[in-house]
Structures are given as structure tokens and as C-alpha cells.
Design a protein around this ligand. Structure first.
Ligand code: FES
Length: 262
């Protein structure tokens, strides 16, 4: 893996620009670390020092954040970061088989990069995309309903430089380019590709079929403004709910109130 170049003056200026976006500059640390990854392919000691200096915090504080979150990498990442969800649902739906097949096909283990520097493979935890299990991520973009065969096709296409699109997002860029977007420098592709897939929209379709709708904002405000008396009145029509209200009121009674009641 080639070594990284030193951070340029432009990058230092962009790091300061990110910090200046926030009332509390240290709130910018997460995107700043993404920019370091975009420039250097990982979180480097130089990147940690740069963030610390700009935010006027210690390198240990920056390092504590960079080592806490799994999106920050201490080892160089390849052109494409491929994460296979092996959390429970994806695992039983085929995630384990996909991960095993990719390890064998790419000749790497977990958190390792192929000899050509193209693909870094890792297993990831649930991506909140269980309705598309088994799911694979490439540079944090979804690849839904994968199979061992389709996963191999994706990594082969990426290694050959063919265009590959996320199943619910834009054409895939390199990991470093994606990291720059996460740092808050858009690449203009935010609206590319489908924003939602079929499985996510089933609830909407059902609601339309049955003419269901959510209460309006005004109705919700009114219901939130209703007093405790209204709640008890409503609960009175249902003995189980009434019991729950009684229990909750006695649970919230303060010590002073209890003493007074004696
Ligand atoms: S278990 Fe894989 S996305 Fe939820």
C-alpha cells in the first residue's frame, strides 16, 4: 500500500472551514476526520494533530474519537470499502455465506485489503436495512438483496473499473471521494438513483389502499396539549388503560405527597 502524502495547505484550510461551520468548533471533529481520511486514506498521526491544533483540544481527545467509531480507519483502506452485514437477520438470510465467498474470492480476511489495493473487506453490523437482507455496503452505499454470486460480480466490476450503481443510491465513487462528501463537500450526486426501495414503501402503499393517514400536526398538538384529566377520562372507557393510568399516577407521587396523604 502506498504511503500517504502530507496534508496540503488547502486541506488545512478546509479543516478550519469545517470547524467554523459550528457554534462550538469541536462539533466539527467528525467531518474533519472524514476529510483527513479522504486526503490520506486513513486517520494518520498528522491528521490527528491537525484536528487537535485547529480545535484547540488535545491529540488524545481526537484520538479517542477516531478510535471509537468504526467508520474511522487506522489502516489504509482500498479504493472501495466493502462491508458485508453479518448481523443476525442478514447472517441467516445469506450474509455469512456472502462474506465467506468474498473472503475466498478476494483472498483476504476481515479488515484486509486486496493485493491490488482495490477492495478492503470487512463485516459490518446492522445497517438498518434489514428489509433488504442480506445487505452489503460499498463506501457506505447500499447494495440490497445480495447473493454470493451478485456480491462477487460487484467486486469484480469495481476492480475492473466498470461503473457500478448502488441499489438505493448513486453510482459508486471511490472510498476517498465518498469520505470527502461525508466531510460536507457535496459531489452533486445526492439525488442520483432511487431514494427508497420497494420494501420501504410497502407501509405507504398499505396506508393508501386502506385510506389511512397520520393525524395532522394540529391534531397532534391538540392531543399533546390535553390535560391529565382528559387522559384519565379517555382511559376510564377502558378498564385496562384506567388501571395503567392509576398505577402511573401513584408511581409518580413524590415522597412529600405520600407523607401528606398519610
Ligand atoms: S441485520 Fe443486516 S441490515 Fe439489519
Amino acid at each position: 500500500m502506498s504511503s500517504h502524502a502530507a496534508l496540503s495547505d488547502k486541506t488545512y484550510a478546509e479543516l478550519a472551514e469545517i470547524a467554523a461551520r459550528y457554534p462550538q468548533p469541536r462539533s466539527g471533529l467528525l467531518p474533519m476526520l472524514h476529510l483527513v481520511q479522504s486526503e490520506q486514506g486513513r486517520i494518520t498521526p498528522e491528521g490527528i494533530e491537525a484536528c487537535a491544533r485547529i480545535l484547540d483540544i488535545s491529540a488524545a481527545e481526537v484520538s479517542g474519537v477516531a478510535t471509537f467509531y468504526t467508520m474511522y480507519k487506522r489502516k489504509p483502506v482500498g479504493d472501495y470499502l466493502v462491508g458485508v452485514c453479518t448481523n443476525t437477520l442478514c447472517a441467516v438470510m445469506g450474509g455469512d455465506a456472502i462474506f465467506e465467498r468474498l473472503k475466498e474470492h478476494l483472498d483476504v480476511g476481515n479488515d484486509e485489503t486486496t493485493a491490488d489495493g482495490k477492495i478492503t473487506l470487512e463485516h459490518v453490523e446492522c445497517n438498518a436495512a434489514c428489509d433488504y437482507a442480506p445487505v452489503m455496503m460499498v463506501n457506505w452505499e447500499f447494495m440490497d438483496n445480495m447473493t454470493p454470486g451478485s456480491a462477487v460480480q460487484v467486486v469484480d466490476d469495481l476492480r475492473e473499473g466498470k461503473p457500478v450503481a448502488s441499489t438505493r443510491g448513486p453510482r459508486l465513487c471511490t472510498w476517498r471521494e465518498a469520505e470527502r462528501v461525508l466531510a460536507g463537500f457535496p459531489d452533486g450526486r445526492v439525488d442520483e438513483g432511487p431514494g427508497a426501495g420497494h420494501a420501504s414503501l410497502v407501509g405507504v402503499a398499505l396506508a393508501r389502499e386502506n385510506s389511512w393517514s397520520a393525524p395532522s400536526a394540529d391534531q397532534r398538538t391538540e392531543s399533546l396539549g390535553a390535560g391529565a384529566g382528559d387522559a384519565v377520562e379517555e382511559a376510564d372507557s377502558n378498564p385496562a388503560e384506567a388501571a395503567a393510568v392509576d398505577e402511573s399516577s401513584s408511581a409518580t407521587e413524590t415522597g412529600a405527597e405520600k407523607d401528606e396523604a398519610k
